[in-house]
Ligand binder design. Structure first.
Ligand code: PBG
Ligand code: ZN
Length: 328
């Protein structure tokens, strides 16, 4: 028998045959574009640690969303930067009716009605201490008081839904928040607003650039008492199971590339849509290497998105959404 019988290279011989046997695709509709909104008009401030990403006032947010939509992006997720001096211990600017995200949602639904508008539900952008929930007065490590935070998170999610948000995405990692938010939304008539849970969200150093962008770094302590410990994989399955039981429609793994094993395990185990968040640090590392001429930015971007899809993500939250959609 001549060697070798099996020649996998036969199916790699041309672009056509490679495209015929390709197993994974990234399309613009898989991508969700995170955007930062702040007060003012005409504001388009580039975030120093995130090239080509901006803090936008509502008018500029509308323009960016419109342009992204024309590039093929179909969904955005909003993060708010409240007015200077408005943060307090309970994150009031995050759950008031006329908060920055609430106003931004109204503007987007009016001006760019075709786009799906999701909102990040968390308190860290709105609390003066920078934690994702409320603290006791004598706190030194950032041990957020779980159950007292839930009603504030639910109020925030409800205010987003009332403004017209198409989807809410709690990222705080408090126990039981999915159930409480679902219950409040349902009671208030928002039974059809889907809930995408940041279920397996790790206490990651990859969030560094985002915390500059959103000015949401904890003022003391860290997030390790609520976000997951990076070495744990089985625990992520427990978190996801709980969120499903509580009514989550979509489960998220975050960050994405360093946690592809978690995503792949979740894909095997759960039959609901999965999302993965290619976070700020993942984005900025690729941009930095590209700026130095060390890698081909377009190719690494597409390869990174493909790997996240291959591991099992339906939806990818990525700062590359617009750039990738333009290439796809
Ligand atoms: C808020 C939130 C964070 C991110 C998304 N939602 C920051 C954090 O948990 O500190 C990170 C996103 C990114 O790094 O791109 N809880
Ligand atoms: Zn937070």
């Amino acid at each position: 028998m001549p060697f070798p019988i099996h020649r996998p290279r036969r199916l790699r011989g041309s672009a056509i045959i490679r495209s015929m046997v390709r197993e994974t695709h990234v399309r613009p509709e898989h991508l969700m574009y995170p955007l930062f909104v702040q007060p003012g008009t005409g504001v388009r401030n580039e975030i120093p640690s995130m090239p080509n990403q901006f803090r936008l006032s509502i008018d500029e947010l509308v323009a960016e969303t419109q342009a992204a939509f024309e590039d093929g992006v179909r969904s955005v997720i909003l993060f708010g930067i409240p007015p200077d001096g408005s943060k307090d211990a309970v994150g009031t600017p995050g759950w008031i009716e006329d908060g920055i995200v609430q106003e931004a949602v109204r503007a987007l639904k009016r001006e760019v009605p075709g786009v799906l508008v999701a909102t990040d539900v968390c308190l860290c952008e709105y609390t003066d201490h920078g934690h994702c929930g409320v603290l006791r007065a004598d706190d030194v490590v950032g041990h957020v008081v779980n159950d007292e935070s839930l009603e504030l998170l639910a109020a925030e999610a409800l205010s987003h839904a009332r403004a017209g948000a198409d989807m809410v995405a709690p990222s705080d990692m408090m126990d039981g928040r999915v159930g409480v938010i679902r219950e409040v939304l349902d009671e208030e008539g928002f039974t059809d607003v889907p809930l995408m849970a940041y279920s397996a969200k790790y206490a990651s150093a990859y969030y560094g650039p985002f915390r500059d962008a959103a000015d949401s770094a904890p003022q003391h302590g860290d997030r390790r008492t609520y976000q997951m410990d990076p070495p744990n994989a089985r625990e992520a399955m427990t978190e996801m199971e709980l969120d499903l039981d509580e009514g989550a429609d979509i489960l998220m793994v975050k960050p994405a590339m360093p946690y592809l094993d978690i995503l792949a395990r979740a894909r095997e185990r759960f039959d609901v849509p999965l999302a993965a968040y290619q976070v700020s640090g993942e984005y900025s590392m690729i941009c930095a290497a590209e700026q130095r001429g060390w890698i081909d930015g377009d190719r690494v971007m597409l390869e990174s998105l493909t790997s996240i899809r291959r591991a099992g993500a339906d939806i990818i939250l990525t700062y590359f959404a617009r750039r990738a959609a333009r290439l796809l």
